[in-house]
Design a protein around this ligand. Structure first.
Ligand code: XMP
Length: 524
């Protein structure tokens, strides 16, 4: 089947915001998992040959009109099943147990009491421990053949299992960190009741993905990949390179908005680690011309985006000139990740697109087939695969950096002189944060040059009239929301002292203490 690497544990999404999180937890246990909609038919589910099903939570009551229901046939497929919250109730209902309105709603951290020895899933845990609950209805009688393994004040049946049927379920949410034993319970179900091996390891993932790319591109196909310097495109390119060697050409556009050392890092470290064929397009002057006089953030982003496409186009034309006569490039490598696939509601598979739909403006007569080797992976898995492929830590451990680069971190017009100043300040901040061991605490720390603001200072014996820079350290899980990071004062002091001493033109360092929302991470 398309894209199938291991037999998946399918998380049936009953409309909970937790389905993706459950899939992540399963993968953390080194077992492959995918999310599918609850509308999938028993035949579609069987066709995926799942190793197990996990029925997710959902917002509804099984008695509500229009509540997503579980086709009882799904439970007759001989596939091990684990139900969570609403999925637990739907499973009970379909197997002939009873779901009742107890009138007690449980929400938040709730004490769970084990029944007898807790069965396979809950054995050897404290007889009362905390779990995270969020439900109105409750299971009041387990289906025939099932053993009740735990209970709470509001849920007479808070967990059950039947090893013979390879089924179990819990009323609470084992996937959230507020259920401290949750992961253990999921793993016990998956390994001991469902008998699934924990072999979804970075080495296996890398090997299978390389094989798949080889199959997709074949013996003769050619591909290009735009490298951004970021983790995803680097790992995608490394996988494709492993599969097709120098029939892949990587294109790196140097737009002059990069941070200190970035171009060299890609040219040296990436190429050294992968042996990939790399074309660097030196486009600094073109970008500077397009950015002259532009100050409005959206206008800047548009100018940078448009010029990026022109640069990429020119570079692709160059790649074709160098290839043997008659060659064409049919494939475009993209670093699409699994959360993007789930969020766009897409299934697996590959799409042929006009490249301008994706890259944003290649000529109409150039059509590429997409190669998306990472479309089944989460970010941490991408990093693990990158390490497996021998990419250096400076690349796989990189914090996010926006496509428009330093262009959107200069408030005001972007000029070569201002870029020089910002690059120097940014390098100091990054170096000191790394030296303080904070790289894994911080999601990213933009340094922003307030080029249109001037401030008075005193340095040496004289008055200065320079610019402030802003430090914007944030902590985040996904960049959708973020908090400002509480960096130790001594580290802030070091950064501030070094920047004001070493970077001409900057006489003030300020700290951004705004969360997102209301502030975005970047200033423009
Ligand atoms: P905001 O500023 O929207 O940023 O809170 C959220 C995350 O996205 C990054 N970012 C971008 N990444 N192209 C990118 O590839 C862009 O145009 C862009 N703008 C913001 C930002 O660094 C943060 O991680």
């Amino acid at each position: 089947m398309e894209n199938q690497l291991h037999r998946p544990v399918l998380v049936v999404d009953f409309g909970a915001q937790y389905a993706q999180l459950i899939a992540r937890r399963v993968r953390e246990a080194r077992i492959y998992s995918e999310v599918i909609p609850h509308t999938a038919t028993p035949a579609e589910i069987a066709a995926k040959q799942p190793a197990a099903l996990i029925l997710s939570g959902g917002p509804s009551s099984v008695y509500e009109d229009g509540a997503p229901s579980l086709d009882p046939e799904v439970l007759q497929l001989g596939i091990p099943v684990f139900g969570i919250c609403y999925g637990f109730q739907a499973m009970t209902h379909a197997l002939g147990g009873t779901v009742g309105k107890t009138g007690i709603r449980e929400y938040g951290r709730t004490p769970l009491n084990l029944v007898a020895d807790g069965g396979i899933t809950h054995r050897e845990l404290e007889s009362t421990h905390m779990v995270w609950m969020s439900h109105g209805d409750s299971v009041t009688a387990a289906p025939d053949g099932f053993t009740v393994t735990a209970t709470t004040e509001g849920a007479p049946v808070a967990a059950f299992e039947c090893a013979a049927k390879q089924m179990a379920g819990v009323q609470y949410h084992p996937e959230v960190l507020h259920s401290p034993h949750g992961q253990e319970i999921l793993v016990r179900f998956l390994t001991e009741i469902a008998g699934i091996p924990q072999d979804w390891t970075p080495a296996n993932i890398a090997e299978e993905l390389v094989d798949k790319v080889r199959q997709q591109i074949g013996e003769h196909g050619r591909a290009i990949c735009g490298l951004s310097g970021g983790v995803d495109s680097a790992v995608a390119a490394a996988l494709v390179q492993r599969a097709i060697g120098d029939r892949l050409t990587c294109v790196f556009v140097d737009h002059g908005l990069l941070r200190a050392g970035e171009r060299e890092q890609v040219e040296r470290d990436f190429v050294a680690a992968t042996g990939a064929k790399l074309v660097t397009a030196d486009e600094v002057d073109n970008f500077m011309r397009k950015l002259a006089g532009v100050t409005e953030p959206e206008a800047k982003r548009k100018a940078i985006g448009a010029e990026f496409i022109r640069s990429f186009e020119r570079a692709v034309a160059g790649v074709l000139e160098d290839a043997p006569a008659g060659s064409t490039v049919e494939y475009l490598v993209q670093g699409t990740l699994y959360p993007d696939v789930v969020e766009s509601g897409e299934g697996s598979g590959t799409a042929t697109i006009k490249s301008h739909h994706n890259v944003g403006g290649l000529p109409d007569d150039v059509e590429f087939t997409l190669v998306e080797p990472l479309r089944l992976l989460f970010k941490d898995e991408v990093r693990a695969v990158g390490r497996e492929l021998g990419l250096p830590e400076e690349i796989v451990g990189r914090q996010p950096f926006p496509g428009p680069g330093l262009g959107i971190r200069i408030i005001g017009e972007v000029t070569p002189e201002r870029l020089e100043i910002l690059r120097a300040a940014d390098l100091i901040a990054r170096t000191e944060l790394t030296n303080a061991g904070l790289d894994n605490t911080i999601w990213q720390c933009p340094v922003v040059l307030l080029a249109d603001v001037r401030s008075v200072g005193v340095q040496g014996d004289g008055r200065t009239y320079g610019h402030p820079v802003v430090l914007r350290p944030v902590t985040s899980e996904d960049a959708m929301t973020a908090d400002w990071t509480r960096i130790p004062y001594d580290v802030l002091e070091k950064i501030s002292t070094r920047i004001t001493n070493e970077v001409d033109g900057i006489n003030r360092v300020v700290l951004d203490v705004t969360s997102k929302p209301p502030g975005t991470i970047e200033w423009e």
